[in-house]
Design a protein. Structure first.
Length: 349
């Protein structure tokens, strides 16, 4: 169908904001250490996590067990979004003065403007509203149980737990390395802000997160990028009103700034993925159109297991993804490769 353009309006997108603080890193550390099934996938070796846990007090270990059971790390992140807290004491004072209903409302997950009334009612103890929120989040592995816990728990006990687990982790883990951690977060945020001047918002999000392609949504006007160290290599996604949040892993050169010859791991991974004739052929075919595994197998006259292996490497490098059983090129990731390489080569010139 031919279309005559009678509008000068450009396609709307979101604004990208960057924030960082040791409080975010503290809450993310609590989330990481209590995610036992995922712990072995994190960059910090398992032995280090084990030694860290062994150094904590029995009371702190009890609070971490409580976090793991009820996912109260989510409550910490929700609360941290309410203000730009200058210190841990400011954050703890804020929690202490919150009225019970407001505390619970903030801790409950944001599910869209159309469900805000149900969120408020659930925080007040309305079981019908609680069930509605649980049904809306039935596809999430922990939200239904978390919603039930937040709505049923004693506010004073919840406040005490959140304050003590945050204080305990901050004292044991953050404070001893505060200077180094803050320097890493600062460097990474500044690097992303510099790149923001040269990239469209969607390109910046995909580059910063290592491949998350986030398209604009009608109710989302901002994307908040928050660098984190402890959860590398994972990106944690969340929602607050009007904003999509990504806690993204800091780049390698933000951690090791003295080594100007150290390329970021994602840059190495992508170029390794491109250094093969078969994978380049696959990319060329996918650049023409989205294709199924069978289509690629027929086109290249190779076994499915071989093609699947190459596709796996391309997906790990975030150059290809899959949707509706068809593989497709992540065009923005390809387009930013040259800029990433140029930035690495010019680093500290």
């Amino acid at each position: 169908m031919d279309i005559i353009q009678a509008t000068g309006r450009k396609r709307e997108t979101y604004q990208v904001r960057l924030e960082y603080s040791l409080l975010w890193e503290c809450a993310m550390g609590i989330a990481a250490v209590t995610n036992t099934p995922l712990l072995h996938t994190l960059e910090k070796p398992a032995d280090e996590w084990k030694r860290l846990k062994a150094s904590l007090s029995e009371d702190m270990l009890g609070h971490l067990a409580f976090v793991e059971k009820h996912n109260t790390w989510k409550a910490l992140l929700q609360l941290l979004h309410q203000e730009a807290f200058a210190s841990l004491s400011a954050f703890l004072a804020y929690i202490e003065r919150l009225p019970p209903r407001e505390l619970k409302s903030i801790c409950l997950p944001y599910l869209g403007t159309e469900h805000q009334d149900s969120r408020q009612q659930a925080a007040s103890g309305d079981r019908k509203a609680v069930q509605e929120l649980q049904e809306l989040t039935s596809g999430n592995p922990f939200f239904p149980a978390y919603i039930d816990f937040i709505c049923k728990t004693d506010p004073a006990e919840l406040k005490r737990h959140l304050a003590e687990v945050m204080s305990g982790w901050h004292e044991a883990v953050i404070e001893p390395e505060a200077e180094r951690l803050l320097a890493v977060l600062t460097r990474d945020c500044e690097a992303k802000r510099s790149m923001r001047q040269r990239m469209a918002p969607e390109e910046l999000v995909e580059w910063a997160t290592g491949g998350v392609a986030y398209s604009p949504e009608p109710s989302v006007h901002r994307v908040l990028l928050i660098p984190q160290i402890v959860y590398r290599p994972w990106t944690i996604e969340a929602d607050i009103e009007g904003t999509k949040v990504f806690h993204y892993p800091v780049a390698s050169d933000s951690i090791h700034p003295a080594d100007k010859y150290l390329p970021d791991a994602s840059l190495v991974l992508r170029h390794k993925a491109l250094g093969d004739e078969i994978r380049l052929r696959i990319l060329k075919l996918l650049a023409e159109e989205d294709r199924s595994l069978q289509d690629l197998t027929d086109r290249l006259n190779m076994g499915k297991s071989t093609i699947h292996h190459h596709l796996k490497l391309l997906r790990a490098a975030r150059l290809v993804d899959i949707r509706d059983a068809k593989y497709r090129v992540k065009t923005k990731a390809i387009d930013t490769l040259a800029q990433e390489l140029a930035d690495y080569l010019r680093q500290d010139e």
